[in-house]
Ligand binder design. Structure first.
Ligand SMILES: C[S@@+](CC[C@H](N)C(=O)[O-])C[C@H]1O[C@@H](n2cnc3c(N)ncnc32)[C@H](O)[C@@H]1O
Length: 264
């Protein structure tokens, strides 16, 4: 627990930071906290700094007057960047309390007033609020129900922009999709650029929480199908999207969700 007040800002020594960083590890985000790096041997390098440099230009430079929801915030790298860009309010959530402890410590060391909440993406409806920018980076492939998560985000919390990233495997090609296919026509399923979501029953990269990995065509199709129009694709895994209306019958709505109340 980090105690702070306006009269005594939290200014731990480098030794204190180092000790706490070790206690809270292992870290996924490599943050520079007062000269102490939290994940200096990360297998992806200086992550997510290296990633962020490849797409930061598509995020509005000033977020003044805007609200941001960061789903799967981990140790808070993107939440803190959004706060530095002047967002009025940043709400970072994650399902894992260990990462939230890291995030709270990091924000305290950085002197940023951010409230981190333990919440799953499947529970975003309980926030009862829409946000100007929703960040959903690096979470989709950790979910058993990825399309449900995208639907819930679109239906409950997204108002304008979605910043999305997923691990992708398979072909980067895009096969042109026809609106319908004859029952006996099946060749297109084997085309490299047809949307494919690869199911991981056991582990991938030693991680039991990797469940579904899309190819590029599938990432883009899932986003479209959930009501997100892709407006920027600054690097292979990252998309900036804008909310659009969902297709209505007979071309929609989605078959399974939602199934209750007025939407049934
Ligand atoms: C690979 S990390 C990505 C972290 C960060 N968004 C980024 O892009 O660097 C995945 C994060 O998603 C979180 N996560 C996994 N399942 C989740 C869920 N159902 N709801 C919210 N967060 C989840 C994990 O705890 C972890 O912090």
């Amino acid at each position: 627990m980090v105690a702070r007040s306006i009269h005594s800002p939290y200014r731990p020594s480098e030794n204190e930071i180092r000790r706490r960083v070790e206690e809270l590890g292992p870290w996924f985000h490599n943050l520079n906290l007062g000269g102490v790096m939290t994940a200096p041997t990360h297998f992806l390098g200086d992550y997510p700094n290296v990633k962020w440099r490849g797409f930061e230009h598509v995020v509005p430079e000033s977020l003044e007057g805007k609200t941001v929801l960061d789903i799967g915030c981990n140790a808070g790298f993107y939440a803190m960047e959004m706060k530095r860009r002047g967002a009025d309010r940043v709400v970072p959530i994650d399902s894992d309390p260990r990462y939230l402890e890291q995030a709270r410590f990091a924000a305290a060391v950085e002197g940023l007033d951010i409230q981190f909440e333990q919440l799953s993406v499947y529970e975003v409806g309980s926030l009862n609020e829409r946000f100007d920018l929703v960040i959903f980076m690096g979470v989709l492939y950790h979910l058993r129900h990825p399309l449900l998560a995208l639907d819930l985000i679109r239906d409950n919390v997204a108002r304008d922009l979605l910043l999305f990233q997923t691990m992708q495997r398979g072909s980067p090609e895009i096969e042109p999709i026809e609106w319908d296919y004859d029952f006996w026509q099946a060749d297109h399923f084997d085309a490299p650029g047809y949307p494919k979501l690869h199911f991981i029953e056991a582990r991938y990269s030693g991680d039991v929480t990797n469940w579904w990995v899309p190819n590029r065509a599938c990432s883009e199709a899932m986003l479209r199908s959930s009501g997100f129009d892709i407006v920027e694709h600054p690097e292979p895994e990252v998309y900036l999207c804008r909310c659009v209306d969902l297709p209505q019958p007979p071309d929609g709505p989605r078959a399974v969700y939602p199934v209750r109340g007025d939407d049934a």
